[in-house]
Every structure is written in structure tokens, then in C-alpha cells.
Design a protein around this ligand. Structure first.
Ligand SMILES: Nc1ncnc2c1ncn2[C@@H]1O[C@H](COP(=O)(O)OP(=O)(O)OP(=O)(O)O)[C@@H](O)[C@H]1O
Ligand SMILES: [Mg+2]
Length: 218
């Protein structure tokens, strides 16, 4: 699978809140190109997490179009959306979601395991690059917050997803770890011509962006 530009044309979402329609993302038109680190910023409630949920096809759009290259993602049936997600999407969350009874290496391989891919060599290479080679057999409870976040990033990158979405991946990290994460995401986008979209308010991440989209509250 190769990365494609993710093209949003007045993409929006509303939900029913106590019987009233509430906008959770104002119509957004932009293109997220492959090979770049795109950072999405904006105040709390601006719709950043909503946007990532839409891009992950986890919730339906209320209006507008979403294309992955020529493919219209807004029109996909749920079963086809699942196949598309498995083939194309990697995700990194604000706090790392690791399996507590699996070692750092097993966690880093887990995305591959559930896709039937052998990613052990790539996971080992990533952990080594992240300074975690000596920690690979530790459980999450034996790792620091920054180490856990690096394992979670290794898990997302080991499958080499063409599209990588990250929701505030540095929110629980100090400045040095945050800078490392931002640089890793940018380097991943370049080296793999991947489309990388990272929601963040973090100055360190915003400064590392190739492209910045600032959302306003709907
Ligand atoms: N299911 C829902 N029902 C009602 N309102 C919702 C729902 N989901 C989101 N919202 C509202 O939509 C708006 C956008 O939410 P969202 O979580 O996308 O914001 P955000 O930009 O990620 O904020 P933060 O920076 O605080 O994480 C907020 O006002 C939120 O309260
Ligand atoms: Mg959010």
C-alpha cells in the first residue's frame, strides 16, 4: 500500500446533544500530503479529536467528502472501511495503550501480530533506534512514561502504515521526549512518504511541523 494525499472537502460533523444538533467539527477543506508531518492545532473543543475520528473512519461525517487519493472514503461500507483501516492506518494516542502482560518487544510487534505480519525485525530496529534495545524484555509497568510512549510509537510504525494519526502524543512527556517524538514522526513521514497527521498544542511539535492546520471552535 502506498500513501496517498488525504483530501478533505468541507468535511464536517454534528452530533445530537440533548435533542439539539451540535457541531463538533466546522466544515474543513484541506489536503494532507504524503511525506510531511502535518500538525493540527487549535483550542480545546475545536474538533481536533473529532477530526482524527473522522479520518480513521471511526465515526461518520455529517457533511462533505473525504478522499484518499482517488478513493472516496466517505462512501465506504463498514466492512470495506475495516479493510482499508487495517491496510493503511496506524494510530498513536495521548497515553500509551500497551498490553500490561506483554513485554516492550511483544507490544511493539502487536500491531503486526493482529494483521498477520511478521514485524519483529522492524520492531527491534525501531526499539534500538529509540534507545530501548536493553529494555525490550521489560513489562510496561517497568518502563517510564517516555519509554512507554516510545514503545507505543514503535508499535504504530512497525507495520509501516501509509497513514499515521497521532492524538497529542507528547502530552505526557517532557520537552526532550516531546522533541524526540516530533522528530521521529517527521523522519517517518519523509523516509516512507507516509501521510502523518498529529494533533498537538505542544510548541515543540508545532515547530517541527512541515504544515500547520489551526482549527477554530465550531
Ligand atoms: N458525542 C458528543 N456529544 C456531544 N458533544 C460532543 C461529542 N463529541 C464531542 N463533542 C463536543 O464537540 C466539540 C469538539 O470535541 P473534540 O473532542 O473534537 O475537541 P478537541 O479539539 O479534541 O478538544 P481537546 O483539545 O480538549 O481534546 C467539543 O465541544 C465537545 O464537547
Ligand atoms: Mg482532543
Amino acid at each position: 500500500m502506498s500513501a496517498q494525499p488525504l483530501i478533505l472537502d468541507r468535511l464536517s460533523r454534528s452530533v445530537l446533544d440533548s435533542g439539539e444538533e451540535k457541531r463538533t467539527l466546522a466544515p474543513l477543506t484541506c489536503t494532507f500530503a504524503p511525506g510531511k508531518l502535518h500538525v493540527v492545532s487549535g483550542p480545546s473543543g475545536a474538533g481536533k479529536t473529532t477530526l482524527l475520528s473522522l479520518l480513521a473512519l471511526a465515526v461518520p461525517a455529517s457533511g462533505g467528502l473525504l478522499h484518499w487519493g482517488r478513493d472516496n472514503l466517505t462512501a465506504l461500507k463498514p466492512s470495506v472501511a475495516t479493510t482499508w483501516r487495517r491496510a493503511n492506518l496506524g494510530m498513536i494516542f495521548q497515553t500509551s495503550r500497551l498490553v500490561s502482560v506483554m513485554t516492550a518487544l511483544e507490544n511493539a510487534c502487536f500491531g503486526g501480530s493482529i494483521r498477520g505480519m511478521d514485524v519483529r525485525d522492524e520492531a527491534l530496529r525501531l526499539l534500538d533506534g529509540f534507545g530501548l534495545a536493553a529494555r525490550k524484555d521489560q513489562l510496561p509497568s517497568q518502563l517510564s512514561g517516555g519509554e512507554k510512549q516510545r514503545v507505543a510509537i514503535a508499535q504504530a510504525l512497525a507495520c509501516r502504515p501509509p497513514l499515521l494519526l497521532a492524538d497529542e502524543p507528547t502530552a505526557s512527556l517532557d520537552a526532550a521526549n516531546a522533541a524526540f517524538v516530533a522528530e521521529t514522526l517527521r523522519a517517518y513521514a519523509r523516509a516512507n512518504a507516509a501521510t502523518v497527521i498529529c494533533v498537538s498544542h505542544d510548541r515543540v511539535v508545532i515547530d517541527a511541523a512541515d504544515d500547520l492546520v489551526t482549527l477554530q471552535r465550531p
